[in-house]
Design a protein. Structure first.
Length: 321
């Protein structure tokens, strides 16, 4: 009797075992054929205009030491308002310099906020790490440098004991989520053009595979998590090649339980709005998503500068001041 029960169970499970074996074989095939393409594309640098600013006399020049001994440069913009509302750590976008913060933060400074912007390694005037070539994707080294900047703010004689706010653009925003998730002293975070790895790479993989394969029916039935497995395999290979780690921005956003303002351009063809929305949906309340009509990547402030500045100031007034 027991024997026939096992036989019956085996017959019932046989189709699922077959499906599992098929998916395992397909996964190995895709890893072999398509991961090299993913590795190459992942390491391509974006082609868009990177803003840079001009030094000003009213800024305090700051020098930091990273945990591994590199010199990082920063600038501290002190508000001249009658009463300081708070302190904001600014995360730069990939490739820009510390003075680029002025375009985004002038109204904040005028409104009563001190702003500190720093240049991570291999960017601006900060030291070059010969073993590291940065890309637009956030690495453990970027996270470490932002933690160094946060530590500096905590140790200043005029540090705000209540904590700080964080304002990050593109890669600087993504790095901010990773740092803020484990730092309760960061009371709120506003980002513009932020993105993650998984929620960006997987949709692109679903597009790339149509270029390299004509098996469209199979592409339509494969679940998203399957593409994710192949994508993670590719990211791990890139990490080993470049000697870094790519931490999960998605997991960081899911853990962050303080106020979030996420800004994104409706016309962003690099990080499409649905990619940003997929990241935003992982965040806990309170949160706000502002999609700026017609704005391309990191161009929301150019398209809607007056409303942009108003929303940023209102967000920090509500959650930090």
């Amino acid at each position: 009797m027991v024997f026939w029960l096992w036989v019956g169970l085996g017959v019932l499970l046989l189709p699922w075992v077959a499906v599992g074996l098929f998916l395992a074989a397909l996964y190995l095939l895709l890893r072999w054929r398509y991961v090299p393409f993913l590795v190459r594309i992942f390491q391509e640098k974006p082609l868009f205009i990177i803003p840079r600013g001009q030094p000003t006399d009213d800024a305090e020049h700051v020098t930091l030491q990273s945990v591994d001994g590199l010199t990082l440069r920063g600038c501290y913009l002190k508000s001249q308002a009658e009463q300081r509302k708070g302190v904001i750590l600014f995360g730069l976008e990939y490739g820009s310099d510390r003075w680029a913060c002025r375009q985004y933060c002038k109204t904040l400074v005028d409104s009563g906020y001190d702003v500190f912007a720093y240049e991570p390694r291999n960017q601006g005037d900060s030291d070059k790490d010969p073993a590291y070539e940065p890309l637009q994707w956030v690495t453990d080294k970027d996270v470490s440098d932002m933690k160094t900047a946060l530590k500096y703010l905590r140790n200043r004689p005029d540090a705000d004991e209540r904590g700080v706010g964080l304002f990050g653009i593109s890669k600087g925003g993504s790095t901010g989520y990773l740092v803020a998730a484990n730092e309760p002293g960061i009371r709120c975070i506003a980002t513009d053009g932020a993105y993650a790895t998984y929620t960006t790479v997987v949709p692109y993989m679903q597009r790339w595979i149509r270029i390299y394969s004509d098996r469209h029916l199979l592409q339509r039935v494969l679940p998203t998590w399957f593409y994710g497995l192949v994508g993670i395999s590719g990211l791990n290979r890139v990490a080993r090649l470049r000697g870094v780690n790519y931490p999960s921005v998605e997991k960081a956003v899911s853990r962050f339980n303080r106020p979030i303002l996420m800004i994104h351009g409706e016309g962003d063809t690099y990080i499409r709005p649905e990619m940003a929305k997929a990241l935003f949906d992982r965040a806990a309340e309170p949160k706000e998503f502002w999609l700026v009509p017609k704005a391309k990547h990191n161009q929301a402030i150019t398209i809607a500068e007056e409303e942009y500045q108003r929303r940023i100031v209102e967000f920090f007034d509500k959650n930090l001041a």
